[in-house]
Design a protein around this ligand. Structure first.
Ligand SMILES: Nc1ncnc2c1ncn2[C@@H]1O[C@H](COP(=O)(O)OP(=O)(O)OP(=O)(O)O)[C@@H](O)[C@H]1O
Length: 457
């Protein structure tokens, strides 16, 4: 545009100079004055033409250079985004991209303490799960940063990959984009689905076979072993529970949700943290605020193993009829399993649905129970490390009988009254003779922890 304007001015100047020349020719005839004006005029015309030609050439070269830089930039951008993909680096999304992918956040997959998860499809057809972290405050920001920094740079077949993230407007919700897993989370496949649970309306569910349960346990153990032992720093997940174990189309397990994760230097024995994981899976030393270490993940893993075996939550309230005044009773599954293990009646703690199908490998069952009881030892140093747990589950090392733990520290606050262990027909969901004989009774006023005799080391 600017160039065109300059050309028009140059043409007007040349026309003006030619007009001056003609006027001089007629008014001054062929006098000396005319030749003087003629010389100056022709020189001016030549100067204008030269300037125009030089400008034109300069302009053409600049355009050429610009287009070359532009195409090189585009190539670089393509190469950069390819490298990001290859390296598994998460993409930064615009809010409008996620809004479009989730069709305005319509299809709810599930809800957690920190936000909701929605199903979506990206422009390139990739199915994703978009987690909207509601808390715009410090906690939300912390969770967002933990998650992005913990899993952005690590890759393992049993860890969920973070596809991308979006910060949205300041103080508003933040978004994390994961691969979508069609089978949802493990809780839907081991516990009977409750009406009004936090799972989304379209969550698939069912009852997993023994073989799949065992393989899932091993997958999770491998993921934790990788986090604890094979990364540059030890990564503590700190929120291992069935809701954070996702299942792919072939029922391979992937550990997700790194919102509470922390890094621990290899030389540190434990770290102090003010965050809290999910009740029911917290190691005693964490409940007693003695700091956290990888042994907290080992404990939570042990609790999950027991839930996988029993197909029930570890702590459930037992229905007491209609008498509101009567003392509440609770069934503490780890204690039941411990007793049944000593009495060699392990089949009685297995999910009744599996017993009915009769597809349980009893050697695997004994091994899994032993591993679980080792993992939930109250003294952290007695718990095995996750790489040993993998070897135990794979049957590569012998599993000795676990010590008889007293289970002094019990987090009764984890009980959700809606989740009684009793299903529609009134029978508990675990083995036939377990029933109430083994239920542990706690006074609710002393609700949470029996401390005497626990040193926490
Ligand atoms: N990538 C995914 N693919 C399929 N379903 C998912 C995916 N991520 C989460 N979900 C579903 O959404 C539910 C809620 O996930 P979220 O991580 O928010 O919950 P949570 O782990 O129960 O809560 P919290 O954040 O309190 O630990 C999960 O239990 C799971 O059923």
């Amino acid at each position: 545009m600017e160039n065109r304007k300059a050309n028009i001015i140059a043409i007007l100047v040349v026309i003006f100079l030619i007009t001056v020349l003609l006027v001089a020719r007629f008014s001054l005839k062929l006098s000396n004055h005319f030749y003087l004006i003629c010389g100056a005029d022709i020189a001016a015309i030549l100067a204008v033409v030269t300037v125009v030609i030089v400008r034109q050439r300069f302009h053409t070269r600049r355009k050429l250079l610009e287009s070359r830089i532009l195409s090189e930039g585009r190539e670089l951008r393509i190469e950069y985004s390819f490298l990001r993909k290859v390296a598994g680096v998460p993409t930064k999304f615009q809010f409008k991209e996620l809004d479009k992918a989730t069709d305005g956040f319509k299809s709810l997959l599930g809800k957690g303490a920190s936000g909701s998860v929605f199903k979506g499809v990206l422009n390139d057809g990739t199915a994703v799960a978009v987690k909207r972290i509601e808390g715009g405050g410090e906690q939300g920001e912390k969770e967002f940063k933990s998650e992005v920094s913990a899993i952005a740079s690590i890759q393992h077949v049993n860890l969920v990959r973070l596809v991308g993230y979006c910060k949205g407007p300041s103080k508003g919700p933040r978004y994390l984009v994961y691969e979508f897993f069609p089978k949802g989370s493990l809780d839907n496949w081991i516990f009977c689905k409750k009406v009004g649970s936090s799972s989304g309306p379209h969550q698939p569910h069912g009852c997993l076979s023994w073989n799949l349960r065992y393989r899932i346990a091993l997958d999770v153990a491998k993921a934790l072993s990788y986090l604890h032992h094979d990364c540059r720093s030890c990564i503590l997940h700190l929120d291992i529970k069935p809701e954070n174990i996702l299942l792919d189309a072939d029922f391979r397990a992937l550990v997700s949700d790194f919102g509470l994760s922390r890094l621990k230097g290899k030389e540190e024995s434990r770290i102090v943290t003010n965050i809290r994981g999910t009740r029911g899976y917290l190691a005693p030393e964490w409940l007693l605020e003695n700091g956290v270490s990888e042994k907290c993940d080992v404990y939570s893993f042990g609790m999950v193993l027991l839930e996988i075996i029993g197909g029930r939550r570890n702590i459930v309230a037992i229905e007491q009829g209609h008498d509101k005044k009567s003392k509440k009773r609770f069934s503490y599954f780890p204690k039941i399993v411990n007793e049944k293990f000593r009495d060699m009646k392990l089949m009685e703690v297995v999910d009744q649905r599996l017993v009915d199908n009769g597809d349980i490998d009893e050697r695997q069952l004994t091994r899994m129970v032993c591993v679980a009881l080792w993992c939930i030892q109250e003294i952290p140093r007695l718990r095995p490390s996750m790489n040993i747990v993998v070897e135990m589950l794979e049957g590569r090392v012998a599993v000795h009988d676990p010590p008889d733990t007293q289970m002094l520290v019990v987090d009764l606050l984890s009980i959700n009254d809606d989740e009684s262990g009793i299903v529609e027909d009134g029978t508990p969901r675990f083995g036939p003779k377990a029933k109430r004989k083994n239920d542990v009774e706690f006074s609710v006023s002393a609700y949470s922890i029996t401390l005497s005799g626990y040193s926490g080391r």
